[in-house]
Design a protein around this ligand. Structure first.
Ligand code: XMP
Length: 514
């Protein structure tokens, strides 16, 4: 990206480093995260307009703790140090960092902070606000030539700045949402201190990613398991754009999709010259699932069959060189999180590598957050219904038909779920809920329709609002919308005579019913 301004994020092992990169991109500036060990010569070569030092778990004086070449402070390039990065600035430039004791300046969590708004970093922002702190060490002595720019009740040295050299340090994390105006502070650093022009867009990201894929793949064959979800669809579109006919997308249609979903996915990829394989495996899946009501067994059967069908299709292509996966950044964090208890064994295509013979995995979305993935999808010309698709579990409607699954029950659920989504869209509520769907319970109850008695199924509606899907709140859907959904479903969908709305949050409930 020789023609684009670059901001370098030097990684000292902090947990929010990709979030910093994401904020910089959000501000319209191209950004790369590099290890803190990147040699000074290399940094000079890259020619960044600004450098950000991330946080990190170590203490700056601990033996072997990550460090920088002091020469970096003489490059004349503005620097923003965050948390550990701030302490590193202090250590190098004549300040002093000490371990905070319980009753002095150790801080964790949301902290009321006062800012000096004459400092460029805080220019135009309120003088008081909440910042997110997470530090055990603090700056006892500010480095020579630096002014104090923010303080909290417990810590007088929350932020420092040397405007003449364009060096700034903050003890808090401006990149996390808990810090009020955090993105504005990063914006100020980029535009006020570094002279950013804002010359970077998702279109540029697309071009970089396409070139990188072309370079890596060469004339090799590429295989991708397309689920129809946002991530695998965007990954597929990107690779399709990059290497077209060398790509085979295998879309296992297990018959557990929502209404028209399979056709929509197929239609979205018609414009690319790729080998699109739609494996129609509905009968196979339904026969394997017949009589099974235990949720974990359903998941296991679907996971195994999925791999089997995929593998059979993959074999038909012959030798594959690369397997593409739609891993996005939050998946990377979650899989690193380790030993959380398994509540449900989530099935997705993550298990494939053991079963398919290939040389290397490509994960072109690994650095992106969900909304960036959606933006990239739009950039690639994917239709809005795919780009904005809500999360959908790998086992599909099989875990939304409670108890035994039959084709009739799936069809009933498909129609009811479609009506629910349709009414939510008509009410303009899609953006205010993270995931919403219908569940066909295996409970039947008595009703009256026309003059006759009915004995039919109860359908549950579920909608949650969440940012991470680990915890979730049930959505307060307006009663009149719920009413329209209810009236339409009992009138239009045979075998449903009662609708209930699930008002449990997660925890204690999970989002899906099974
Ligand atoms: P739960 O029900 O565990 O769901 O609160 C959290 C999120 O995960 C989705 N989910 C799945 N996704 N395979 C998937 O790929 C699965 O087996 C699976 N089960 C649940 C769920 O839809 C929600 O977004």
């Amino acid at each position: 990206m020789a023609d684009k301004q670059l901001v370098l994020v030097l990684d000292f092992g902090g947990q929010y480093n990709q979030l910093i990169a994401r904020r910089v991109r959000e501000c319209g500036v191209y950004c790369e995260v590099k290890p803190c060990t990147t040699p000074l010569e290399k940094i000079k070569e890259l020619g960044p307009i600004g450098i950000i030092f991330t946080g990190g778990p170590a203490s700056v004086y601990a033996p072997g703790s990550p460090d920088v070449d002091s020469g970096i402070f003489s490059l004349g390039v503005p620097i923003l140090g965050i948390c550990y990065g701030c302490q590193l600035i202090a250590k190098h430039l004549g300040g002093r960092v000490v371990a905070a004791t319980e009753d002095s300046a150790r801080e964790y969590g949301k902290t009321e902070t006062s800012f000096d708004t004459s400092c460029r970093l805080f220019r135009g922002l309120p003088e008081q606000g909440i910042t997110w702190m997470s530090h055990g060490d603090y700056m006892e002595k500010v480095p020579d030539g630096f002014a104090l720019a923010a303080r909290s009740a417990a810590c007088p040295t929350v932020a420092i700045c040397d405007e003449s050299r364009g060096i700034y340090g903050v003890q808090f994390h401006p990149e996390v949402n808990h810090t009020e105006h955090g993105t504005d502070m990063i914006h100020n650093f980029l535009y006020e201190a570094c002279g950013a022009r804002g010359d970077w867009t998702m279109g540029d990201y697309k071009n970089i990613a396409i070139n990188a894929i072309r370079e890596k793949v060469g004339s090799g064959k590429v295989l991708l398991a397309l689920s129809g979800g946002v991530d695998s669809s965007v990954a597929a579109a990107l690779v399709a754009e990059a290497v077209g006919s060398q790509l085979t997308c295998v879309f296992v249609d297990h018959g557990l999709m929502r209404l028209n979903e399979g056709d929509e996915v197929e239609a979205a990829f018609a414009k690319w010259d790729i080998n699109f394989v739609r494996a129609d495996a509905e009968e196979l899946f339904l026969s394997k699932l017949a009589g099974v009501s235990d949720p974990e067994r359903k998941r296991k059967i679907i996971g195994e069959e999925f791999i089997r069908v995929f593998e059979a299709e993959a074999k038909k292509i012959g030798k594959v060189d690369f397997l593409v996966q739609g891993t996005i950044y939050p998946d990377v964090i979650e899989s690193g999180a380790g030993n959380a208890a398994v509540i449900k064994s989530h099935h997705n295509v993550g298990g494939l590598p053991d079963y398919v013979d290939f040389k290397e995995i490509i994960e072109p979305l690994r650095m992106l957050f969900k909304d960036e993935v959606r933006q990239l999808g739009r950039e690639l010309g994917l239709p809005e219904y795919l780009v904005m698709r809500q999360p959908f579990p790998g086992p599909g409607l099989a875990i939304r038909v409670i108890g035994e699954i039959t084709k009739d029950k799936l069809d009933t659920l498909r129609l009811a779920d479609f009506i629910f989504r349709d009414e939510i869209a008509k009410a303009g509520l899609e953006g205010s809920m993270s995931q919403y769907f219908a569940v066909l319970t295996n409970m039947r109850s008595v009703g009256v329709m026309g003059d006759g008695r009915t004995y039919d199924y109860t359908l549950a509606l579920r909608s949650v609002t969440t940012s991470d899907f680990m915890t979730a709140d049930w959505t307060r859907i307006p009663y009149d919308v719920l009413d329209r959904v209810s009236v339409r479903i009992v009138n239009e969908v045979p075998h449903i005579n009662r609708i209930v709305y699930d008002i449990t949050s997660k925890p204690p409930a999970t989002i899906e019913w099974e």
